[in-house]
Every structure is written in structure tokens, then in C-alpha cells.
Ligand binder design. Structure first.
Ligand SMILES: Cc1ncc(COP(=O)(O)OP(=O)(O)O)c(N)n1
Ligand SMILES: Cc1ncsc1CCOP(=O)(O)O
Ligand SMILES: [Mg+2]
Length: 274
């Protein structure tokens, strides 16, 4: 797999994002000539093209992917996200399942999910990071996220793509070699994850796939980004990288850290120097 240079990864998270061109400032004349119509079409097409290339370039540079819950019990989602992003997180996914907040307050309903995503959207925009949502294409569309993460039993890719268009990245979880090979080859999928690498309380009852699945992914992924997940922390990261990965997705390693910024920075430093 080819990764962007580390400088590109940092640039992608640290520099203010250049807004993708839109057609908003283009005002066609009242009686447009054929030439003006062509220009309008070209402008519009270029805008769409640039927007969709840009988001894929940003994914190519994204090595550290964090899944976080809405942190309802602490009420510090914005501060937490700022810290994690300042530490080097490239993609933040809202995934509230199984969280302390869910145990205390019940499932995150759609309205609350949109509120949490608005908080994360603002944080991602402050840091030039990608915003991801777990499972739901309807929420992805409503919240204007950059990424939708689908599980094996979630909406099939073609339906999610039909709802979201090409301007949203779509990823898929894989848990065994067959799923991994399929995800590596599936047309229109932007990335996939592999795991759990180790048994993890964040995904109770899921048999760990181990690092062998990371090796399979490294063999078959080509240029398609893949993210090992499950039980990964800074101590285990070298094993994951040695198995052929150059990116990871984590939950507790940052979400459960006393200093999320330092935890993210430690993971990012190891990814950058690999
Ligand atoms: C980046 C990333 N990888 C894997 C998962 C897990 O997705 P899934 O298998 O659908 O399980 P749930 O997260 O929905 O419980 C993920 N969310 N993100
Ligand atoms: C969502 C998910 N999918 C596979 S493992 C996992 C949870 C990983 O959590 P942690 O990084 O805390 O082990
Ligand atoms: Mg899912």
C-alpha cells in the first residue's frame, strides 16, 4: 500500500482547508448563450470533481482514525475532540453504541446524534479533519459528514452510494479473509477496516481476527486504505505495523486516556515514524 508522505498527513490536519469550489458564486446571464451554458456546465463539473478528489486525497493521508461516543456522561465532547484532533487524529467517527452514555441515558436518538455530529463537525473543521458516522446513511446525509462507516449487515454499498453520492467516503468493516478480499476489490468502496485484532470490551462477544487478518489486508489492499481496529494501543501498535498496516483505528486508546491529546500524539508519532 502506498501512503502519502507524513508531511502531507500533517498538512492535511493542520492547515486551514481551502473550500472546495462551488457553483454558488456563478450567476448565468438571463439569456445564456450556448458558450455560457458550456462554461456553466464545466464550472459545475469541475467543482464536483475537485470536491470529490480532495476528500479522497485527505483519506489517503489519514493514518489515525478515532471512534468516539458522544461523551454524554462527561459533557465534554467538543473539548475532547479538540484535544484528540490537536494530537493528530485525522478522522473522527461518532459511534455511541455500548457507551457509558448509552448505559446511563439510553440509545442516542437521531436528533441527539445530529447534535453530537454538529459539535464534531465544528471541531473537524477547526482542525481540517474528516468527520465520520457509523452505520446510518440517513444521518450521514442529514449531518453532512465526510465518511460513512458500514458494517457487514448494514446498508449495501450501492444503496448508500445512491443516497450519498460520490462526495462522501464510504468504508466497510471486515472480520475474516473472505470479507477482507471482497472489500479490497469492491468497486466504489473507499476504505475498509480489519478486526478485531485483539479481543476488546468495546466490541463484546466478537471473536478476535488477530494480526493474520492484517497480513491478508496488506497483501490484497493495493492502494485502498485499510484500518486495523480492536485492542490497539501504543504498546501494540508496532506489531500492527509489522503485520503490514500503516494506519489504525482506535477507541479506548484515546477515548479512555487521561490526556487524549498526548495519547493521540503518541500514536501518531509511531505511525509517522513507521
Ligand atoms: C473504522 C471502523 N472500523 C470498524 C467499525 C466496526 O463496525 P461494525 O462492525 O459495523 O460494528 P459497530 O461499530 O457498528 O458496532 C467501526 N465502527 N469503525
Ligand atoms: C468498533 C470495533 N470494531 C471492531 S473492534 C471495535 C472496537 C475497538 O475498540 P478498542 O480500540 O477500544 O479496542
Ligand atoms: Mg456498524
Amino acid at each position: 500500500m502506498t501512503d502519502q508522505p507524513r508531511d502531507a498527513a500533517r498538512q492535511a490536519t493542520d492547515s486551514p482547508m481551502t473550500p472546495a469550489p462551488t457553483t454558488a458564486s456563478f450567476s448565468p446571464p438571463t439569456s445564456p448563450s450556448p458558450a455560457r451554458i458550456l462554461v456553466a456546465i464545466a464550472f459545475s463539473a469541475t467543482g464536483l470533481y475537485v470536491a470529490s478528489v480532495d476528500i479522497r486525497e485527505r483519506l489517503a493521508a489519514a493514518t489515525l482514525y478515532l471512534c468516539t461516543d458522544a461523551r454524554r456522561e462527561t459533557g465534554d465532547l467538543a473539548e475532547f475532540a479538540d484535544a484528540a484532533l490537536a494530537g493528530g487524529v485525522d478522522v473522527i467517527q461518532l459511534r455511541d453504541k455500548g457507551s457509558e452514555g448509552e448505559r446511563r441515558f439510553g440509545p442516542l436518538e437521531a436528533r441527539q446524534e445530529l447534535e453530537a455530529l454538529a459539535v464534531l463537525r465544528a471541531a473537524c473543521d477547526r482542525h481540517g479533519a474528516l468527520l465520520s458516522v457509523n452505520d446510518r446513511a440517513d444521518i450521514a446525509a442529514a449531518a453532512g459528514v465526510d465518511v460513512l462507516h458500514l458494517g457487514q449487515d448494514d446498508l449495501p454499498l450501492e444503496h448508500a452510494r445512491a443516497l450519498l453520492g460520490d462526495g462522501v467516503l464510504i468504508g466497510r468493516s471486515t472480520h475474516d479473509p473472505e470479507q477482507t478480499r471482497q472489500a479490497a476489490a469492491e468497486t466504489g468502496l473507499d476504505y475498509f477496516s480489519v478486526g478485531p485484532c485483539w479481543a476488546t470490551p468495546t466490541k463484546p462477544g466478537r471473536t478476535p481476527a488477530g494480526l493474520d487478518l492484517v497480513r491478508v489486508a496488506a497483501e490484497v489492499a493495493g492502494d485502498r486504505p485499510f484500518y486495523p481496529i480492536g485492542g490497539i494501543d501504543v504498546d501494540r501498535l508496532p506489531e500492527v505495523l509489522a503485520a503490514g498496516a500503516s494506519r489504525v483505528a482506535v477507541v479506548r486508546a484515546i477515548n479512555g486516556a487521561a490526556d487524549p491529546r498526548a495519547a493521540a500524539a503518541e500514536l501518531k508519532a509511531a505511525l509517522v515514524s513507521a
